[in-house]
Design a protein around this ligand. Structure first.
Ligand code: ATP
Ligand code: MG
Ligand code: MG
Ligand code: MG
Length: 485
């Protein structure tokens, strides 16, 4: 079943059950200062859940475009993490609650394909519930799940909150057992690749206070209006229904991966998902390329452009990681995006026609970024290679901080890139030394700026530091990543 058809069936199921279909919000989370990108279907409904606004409907459904940069290191290594993905969701604002949410999810999951459902085998579905949520356990049992496929889990996995005082509640996640070929038996606690989480049902029933962390808080009581928020990973259910190993092999992603394999002459498919990382790095790289190229397309389509901070920096990193991965697979022929991005466009246009309609604009930013990055790489790689060779020749394990600084300062090499390339060569980088030199440079620039006010500055000194090609603050990427979750 094609991804576009799965999406249609999902919305149809909930529309028939009285839900209003609401379009996806754009990826940049403009309304939320703590979030760079929308990372769940519920984000656009937060004011309703918080009681700040009255929803114009009691039930809603959507397919929300999401970005989760904190998952970036998982991409290609697990079977189930994309930086971009689509979250199917159904929402109840003080209307149906636990029983309704479980029933609706079970129905769509198990209804035969001929009857408009997903036709999952009910014998292979598992559910997790929050520790003391006996009510959910009862409902699951009545719905048809035997006790041995219902697992109790703690706050970390099965209690949802926004990390601030307000609505919160237990959740129940649905998993699908993909069988012995995918790993060890014993349930989701044992193997999350074999047992694929595909749907999370959040039962927003409590109000919490004294919030110390996502796991430490007091429950004040029950909300007058109990809400439902669910999220089903569209790509994950697609990987199940298309019978493929992982979400990089579904119809919306695989053609990009196949093109990257063709261009680099690599044979993809040596690995099953859960052994990919250790033994088949090329497979992981091809998956990363496919994921990142698609992500970049969707992010630029929603108005973000590459830059050195915030959303633009996340985009820049994602584009560069895709480009570097192509190089690591042996691609030497110049720009790769003009060959890969059109494939991503063709994959996504059936669901998002705007990526085709605005392709000129989108591709201009992507291709421009690649050109600049290739120049940076060409300029810095020789210097870096030399430094790596010298360090190794003297038996060192640490690339000098002044080398990293020189690369940043003169060649626009972002520190992340230096770290990445050094790590590939088995070297660490003297980050403290690098940071010290950066701080010195900043102090000098400040002094210059002061002098400039009095008319005695040499502007050229720090203009170089502001040149494009590297983050102004080298901690930017990692902080950005944390922020967006
Ligand atoms: P996991 O434990 O697998 O990382 P999660 O518990 O973090 O998933 P939720 O926050 O519950 O995920 O999100 C709801 C649903 O969205 C998940 O059940 C899954 O189907 C999907 N999903 C979450 N993260 C991703 C991702 N990075 N790529 C694709 N789908 C995702
Ligand atoms: Mg996760
Ligand atoms: Mg989970
Ligand atoms: Mg979950």
């Amino acid at each position: 079943m094609r991804t576009a058809e799965i999406k249609r069936r999902f919305l149809n199921h909930f529309e028939t059950n009285g839900h209003t279909v609401v379009p996806s919000a754009p990826l940049p989370a403009i309304a939320d200062p703590n979030l760079l990108f929308i990372n769940a279907g519920m984000v656009q409904f937060v004011p309703f859940f918080l009681g700040q606004r009255t929803p114009p409907y009691a039930r809603a459904t959507s397919v929300q475009k999401c970005i989760r940069t904190p998952d970036i290191d998982e991409v290609g290594k697990t079977s189930r993490h994309g930086t971009f993905f689509q979250m199917n969701g159904n929402f109840s604002f003080g209307d149906y609650f636990k029983e309704g949410a479980i029933k609706l999810a079970w129905e769509l999951s198990t209804k035969p394909v001929e009857a408009g459902g997903f036709g999952l085998d009910p014998e292979k579905i598992w559910a997790t519930v929050y520790l003391d949520d006996d009510e959910a356990i009862d409902i699951w049992k009545r719905t048809g799940l035997p006790a041995e496929r219902i697992v109790r889990r703690g706050k970390k996995d099965n209690f949802w909150s926004m990390g601030i005082p307000g609505p919160a509640g237990p959740c129940s996640e649905l998993y699908y057992d993909r069988g012995d070929a995918y790993g060890k038996s014993g349930g989701p606690e044992v193997d999350e690749d074999r047992y694929l989480e595909y749907w999370n049902l959040v039962f927003m029933q409590h109000e919490i206070t004294n919030v110390k962390s996502k796991e430490v808080f007091d429950i004040v009581g029950d909300l007058p209006n109990k809400n439902i928020d669910t999220g089903m990973g569209l790509e994950r259910i697609a990987s199940l229904l298309q019978g493929v190993d992982n979400l990089y092999e579904i119809d919306e992603v695989k053609p990009i991966l196949a093109k990257a394999a063709e261009l680099t002459g690599k044979r993809y498919g040596q690995a099953v998902s859960h052994v990919a990382a250790e033994s088949h790095p090329d497979d992981v790289r091809l998956r990363v390329i496919a994921d990142h190229v698609r992500t970049a397309l969707m992010v630029i389509s929603d108005g973000v452009i590459p830059s050195n901070e915030g959303r633009g920096y996340v985009l820049r990193r994602i584009l560069r990681r895709a480009i570097r991965s192509m190089r690591l697979l042996g691609w030497q022929e110049g720009p790769a995006l003009p060959l890969l991005l059109p494939i991503a466009r063709d994959c996504m246009a059936p669901s998002y026609p705007e990526v085709a309609e605005e392709y000129d604009r989108i591709s201009q930013y992507a291709y421009g970024e690649e050109e600049r990055f290739l120049q940076t790489l060409n300029a810095g790689t020789t210097i870096l290679d030399l430094a790596v060779t010298e360090t190794k020749a003297t038996g060192g394990k640490l690339l000098a901080g002044d080398k990293a600084f020189q690369l940043h300062d003169t060649y626009g090499f972002p520190i992340d890139l230096t770290l990445e390339i050094a790590a590939e060569q088995g070297l660490a980088v003297d980050e403290d030394g690098f940071r010290r030199l950066m701080a010195e440079q900043r102090a000098n620039a400040k002094a210059d700026a002061k002098a400039r006010k009095t008319g005695h500055a040499d502007l050229s000194v720090y203009r170089a530091a502001l040149e494009d090609g590297g983050p102004v603050e080298f901690t930017g990427y990692r902080e950005t990543v944390r922020e967006s979750r």
